[in-house]
Design a binder for this molecule. Structure first.
Ligand code: HEC
Length: 164
């Protein structure tokens, strides 16, 4: 008799378990479905944001707003890191080529830290050329980045804060 109870208990607990496993499976599927429908910026979208920071970086440094310049190079770095983190699966080949931009970014950051005009100019050109080298390497030679003629942000002050 005891054995029958035990078997019944085992049967019910197993069937419950399969039921909850099936429920888990469908919950996971549901989540996966939801995640795949969440809007995610594309590779080119993140690049377009980097482009704005690249332009702002120029006007900040030209006007010796080194704090802003430092902020902008940090934003470029973050954009690159986002691409490396989120676009690896979709565009592994592009992401592998991305490494070439690390050194120019570091050199620009160093020039900003030293508030060194000529080092900034030299390495800003290096950075810009590297953007284009990568565009060429990834079959996008038609995307040509240059030193900006005008600020992309007409509503932002680039000169440093007046000293209090
Ligand atoms: C992997 C190497 C790589 C590097 C480094 C790189 N890019 Fe790109 N960039 C790409 C690729 C690939 C695309 C095309 C993405 C797509 O197919 O949507 C692109 C697209 C762009 C676009 C979009 C073009 C448009 O008109 O919509 C801009 C703007 C851009 N990049 C700016 C830059 C700037 C500025 C830098 C340097 C600070 C840079 N990129 C560095 C690979 C790179």
């Amino acid at each position: 008799m005891k054995n029958i109870y035990f078997c019944l208990l085992l049967f019910f607990s197993l069937s419950c378990h399969t039921k909850s496993a099936a429920h888990d499976q469908s919950a996971i599927k549901d989540l996966q479905n939801k995640i795949s429908h969440i809007y995610q910026p594309g590779f080119g979208d993140i690049m377009s944001i980097i482009q704005i920071h690249h332009a702002k970086l120029w006007f900040a440094a030209v006007q010796h707003n080194w704090a802003l310049a430092n902020f902008e190079i940090g934003e470029i770095k973050e954009g690159i890191e986002d691409i490396e983190q989120y676009k690896k699966e979709e565009h592994g080949d592009y992401v592998a080529a991305m490494k070439m931009i690390d050194e120019p970014i570091d050199k620009v950051a160093k020039a900003i830290e030293q508030k060194n005009d000529s080092a900034f100019h030299k390495n800003y050109i290096l950075l810009t050329n590297t953007c284009n080298t990568c565009h060429q390497a990834t079959g996008h030679a038609f995307i040509q980045i240059k030193v900006p003629d005008y600020s992309p942000a007409i509503n932002q002050e680039f000169s440093p804060m007046p000293k209090q």
